[in-house]
Design a protein around this ligand. Structure first.
Ligand code: ZN
Length: 234
C-alpha cells in the first residue's frame, strides 16, 4: 500500500509540474537525422523530409498549434506539404489543430477518431475547467474531421524519410498511435510510454495486458525498434 501511495504521489507531482507550463516554446532538440522535438507538455515531434513534413501532436489549444507550425516552417521552409497526426485525442495532444495553417493534412487512426467524436469535446471542457490559463488556451479548440483515417498502419513518404503510423490496440487509451520513423529508427510513443509512469492507462482505455501487447513483443518486432526514442509525456 505504501509503495502504491508513493507511486501515486510521484505521478500526481509529475503531472502537476508539467501542467504548470502548458505553453510551448520555439526551441527544438534534434533527436535523429530527420526528427526534431519541442520538449514540453507534451513533447512534440517534427519529422522533416525533402518534400513534406509531419508533425506529431499539437500542444494544448490553437496558440500552441500555431507555435509548432511556425517552428516547422523554419525547419523546412521549402516543404509545401504539411501532415499532422496525433498520438491520442487528449487536449494537450490534439486540441491545437486549429492553430495549423489551412491545407494541413490531418491523419489519424479510426479508433482514435471515434474516441475524439465520443469524448473530445468533453475532455476539452474538462481541461478548460482546470484553470483560467487552460480555459484561454482552449477557447477556440474545435476538433475537425481528419482528411485521412486508417485502420492499423499508414505510411507517409516525406522524401528520403518514411513515417509509419501504427495502431496496435488499447494502451493509454483505445486509439493510441505510434509513429516509427525510418531510416532513423526513431519511435514517437505518445502516452503509451511515459517517463516514470507505467502503465499510464486512462479511464477505460487499455488494460495492462493490451498495454503490454501494444509495446512487446509483436509490436516491437513489427517496428524493429532496436533503438527507439521516447518523446511522449502525459
Ligand atoms: Zn493522455
Amino acid at each position: 500500500m505504501q509503495i502504491r501511495l508513493l507511486l501515486l504521489q510521484a505521478f500526481v507531482a509529475a503531472v502537476l509540474a508539467a501542467q504548470n507550463q502548458p505553453v510551448l516554446g520555439e526551441e527544438t532538440v534534434k533527436v535523429s537525422d530527420h526528427v526534431w522535438a519541442i520538449m514540453g507538455w507534451p513533447n512534440v515531434a517534427i519529422v522533416v523530409g525533402s518534400r513534406a513534413t509531419l508533425v506529431v501532436d499539437t500542444g494544448l489549444g490553437p496558440r500552441n498549434g500555431a507555435t509548432i507550425a511556425r517552428v516547422t516552417a523554419r525547419l523546412a521552409p521549402g516543404n509545401q506539404k504539411l501532415f499532422l497526426t496525433t498520438t491520442h485525442f487528449h487536449p494537450e495532444h490534439a486540441g491545437g489543430e486549429a492553430g495549423f495553417p489551412g491545407g494541413t493534412i490531418l491523419i489519424r487512426n479510426a479508433v482514435q477518431q471515434s474516441e475524439m467524436e465520443l469524448h473530445g469535446k468533453e475532455m476539452i471542457d474538462l481541461f478548460a475547467g482546470r484553470s483560467a490559463q487552460f480555459k484561454e488556451l482552449l477557447a477556440n479548440a474545435v476538433p475537425r474531421a481528419p482528411d485521412i483515417t486508417f485502420e492499423r498502419d499508414a505510411q507517409l513518404d516525406l522524401g528520403g524519410v518514411t513515417a509509419r503510423l501504427l495502431w496496435f490496440g488499447g494502451a493509454h487509451i483505445k486509439g493510441d498511435e505510434l509513429t516509427f520513423v525510418e531510416p532513423d529508427r526513431t519511435l514517437v510513443s505518445g502516452d503509451v510510454v511515459q517517463n516514470k509512469v507505467v502503465p499510464g492507462i486512462f479511464r477505460d482505455g487499455g488494460t495492462p495486458s493490451s498495454w503490454l501487447a501494444a509495446r512487446t513483443p509483436e509490436s516491437a518486432s513489427k517496428v524493429s525498434s532496436k533503438r527507439s526514442t521516447r518523446l511522449g509525456r502525459i
